[in-house]
Design a protein around this ligand. Structure first.
Ligand code: BDP
Length: 573
């Protein structure tokens, strides 16, 4: 699927601003809601709402679009949606973080009414999973992941026009040696230009060329080419669209993670799309600010924990040479991890009534849509197909093996992994042997050996050495400590700023002793909203920045480590 875009042959309108809104079903449209935004924190009643909400907007189909193909495109609707136009259902979509669209049968110049129901319910056949329980106050959503179940229209909605006969897809792969292989559906000509606009290659609807003197995309050097696809009929161009192209190659060589043949060391964060009031709603100003802070601190990479992020984020990472690990929304496939959730009752994770084959098909579709959307981003160097699933059982292996195979079949060019959780140690984990990179989420000194950093260091080292013996690269995909800004102590104790710094220093000392460790992603970039619980004080406070993006003491420590120059110059990639 191509992103809506403008060209001499295409036009688009962003349907943003205030939409009519209703919590009630059937809808009464007695409120308004901003798009894009999560609805949860905008109006009272939003935070604990379970079930569908309704959006309505009337828009004019521009008169100039006469004779064109008109498409309605949602960049996401969390977690599922059904869309009606002038009372007729036009599409529905499952999964909260990938785009979907439908061609409309409308007349240019007319006003149309778009109605969308967006449902945030999590079940054992949604990704992520959850269950709805009845309580005295009504239905309550329960799930096994540690962040707010923000929902709504988080990203732009577009109405766009193309010629009736048009290009419907452009796919390609581009390696660091300049090899470009492409396939244009509905088009007939490919033109590749460099950043200066000079044509460096061209060809037909499909093909392979080797671009001479290629300038590869590399960490810290977001050099992009532009691929123009054209549809030519009777010698005339009838449609044209573009994708950016970064030439780069990712390989795993024993315990080394190589980008363009050079060892890459990950420095950065697990993050969330999470900002005050807007929740998971995309906002360009916050996005730029977050990237500026990552640059300030010397981060060269991040993981889109725990779901695919807005495409604008990936475009930005492409342009600026930031490395990304793309993750599906498969988080909480592990009912042993009940932290942050209210109920104490446990389910077996995998079973006919819980995470089952139907769940796996939804998960597989989430992987297909993630790879289809993001495979053209050079910034994305690896797929994480789940976060902290139960991975130490035979049932886990049976569930995940087909998903590893599917991901590799869809994209043979990127390593595949998943974020492993603390109880799935090297002797117990049954999934790690299927991963190309070991992604470890570890909290020695926080959830285990709390407050005892010496014991934590010893225990963590023993575990890391056992992982290192497998010969695979190790990325510490999470390590962190909750910290209340302004809380201090001479003797570092948990929750103080001193403890977060001491905790990070202990971890870094250890990582630097183990050559198989190829990177460190602190949990988390910033404090974020979670379900209420006795381990959460106004959300998860493991941020290096507060939720409104002020640095805690640990931010300065990381800046010294990652910029390596006392913060005066540019970080080396
Ligand atoms: C890990 C999860 C992450 C949590 C984090 C924590 O992957 O989503 O927020 O722990 O407890 O288990 O802070």
């Amino acid at each position: 699927m191509l992103r809506p875009q403008e060209s001499a042959y295409r036009d688009r309108r962003r349907i943003e601003g205030l939409w009519d809104f209703s919590f009630a079903s059937p809808p009464v449209f007695d409120a308004e809601m901003a798009v894009p935004a999560s609805y949860n924190d905008v109006l009272p009643g939003g935070r604990d709402h379970v079930g569908p909400v309704w959006y309505r907007k009337r828009v004019v189909v521009p008169r100039g679009w006469v004779g064109q193909r008109v498409v309605l495109h949602f960049e996401s609707a969390t977690h599922r949606a059904t869309v009606w136009v002038d009372g007729a259902e036009v599409m529905s979509h499952e999964g909260g973080y990938t785009p979907f669209e439908a061609e409309l049968d409308v007349t240019a110049g007319e006003t149309i009414e778009i109605v969308v129901s967006v449902d945030n319910t999590l079940t054992f056949t949604s990704i992520p999973p959850g269950v709805v329980e009845q309580s005295a106050a009504g239905p309550r959503q329960r799930y096994w992941h540690d962040f707010s179940n923000y929902a709504g229209l988080h990203r732009p909605v577009w109405l766009y026009a193309t010629p009736r006969e048009c290009i419907t897809d452009v796919t390609f792969s581009a390696a660091a040696d300049g090899t470009l292989t492409w396939d244009i559906t509905g088009g007939s000509r490919m033109i590749l230009r460099n950043r200066e606009g000079r044509v460096v290659a061209s060809g037909g609807a499909q093909g392979t060329v080797k671009v001479g003197h290629v300038h590869p995309w590399a960490p810290g050097d977001g050099y992009l080419y532009e691929l123009e696809a054209q549809r030519v009929e009777d010698g005339e161009v009838r449609d044209s669209c573009r994708r950016t192209v970064g030439f780069r190659t990712v390989t795993i060589d024993g315990p080394r993670f190589l980008i363009n043949g050079r060892p890459f060391r990950f420095r950065g964060f697990g993050r969330h799309e999470d900002i005050p009031v807007l929740g998971r709603g995309h906002n360009d100003a916050w996005m730029l600010h977050d990237f500026a802070l990552m640059d300030w601190i010397g981060a060269n990479s991040f993981r889109t924990s725990h779901y695919p992020y807005s495409e604008d984020v990936l475009d930005h990472a492409d342009r600026h040479g930031i490395v990304v690990i793309g993750e599906t929304a498969a988080v909480g496939l592990n009912t042993a991890l009940a932290q942050g959730t209210a109920s104490r009752e446990r389910f077996p994770t995998y079973g006919t009534e819980t995470v089952n084959e139907a769940t796996r098909e939804v998960h597989a579709q989430a992987i297909r849509e993630l790879v289809a959307r993001d495979r053209h981003h050079p910034s994305v160097v690896m797929w994480s197909i789940a976060n902290e699933p139960e991975s130490e059982t035979a049932a886990a292996e049976a569930y995940f093996l087909p998903l590893f195979a599917l991901t590799r079949e869809l994209d043979p060019d990127r390593p595949v992994g998943f974020a492993n959780y603390g109880a799935a140690t090297p002797d117990r984990c049954r999934l790690s042997r299927h991963a190309d990179v070991l992604m470890l989420n570890r909290y020695y000194g926080w959830y285990v050996h709390t407050g005892d950093l010496a014991a934590a260091e010893q225990a963590f080292e023993a575990e890391l050495r056992a992982w290192a013996a497998t010969g695979k690269p190790i990325l510490i995909s999470e390590y962190g400590a909750d910290t209340l800004p302004g809380l201090h102590a001479v003797e570092p104790t948990p929750w103080t700023e001193e403890y977060q710094s001491a905790y990070l220093e202990m971890n870094h000392r250890l990582f630097d002793r183990i050559p198989e460790v190829v990177g460190e992603h602190v949990w988390n970039f910033a404090d974020f909203a979670t379900t209420a619980g006795i381990t959460r004080v106004g959300g998860n406070r493991k941020g290096v920045f507060t939720r409104d993006r002020q640095p805690k003491a640990a931010a300065h420590l990381l800046r010294r480590r990652w910029r390596g120059d006392q913060g005066s110059g540019k970080a080396s990639p």
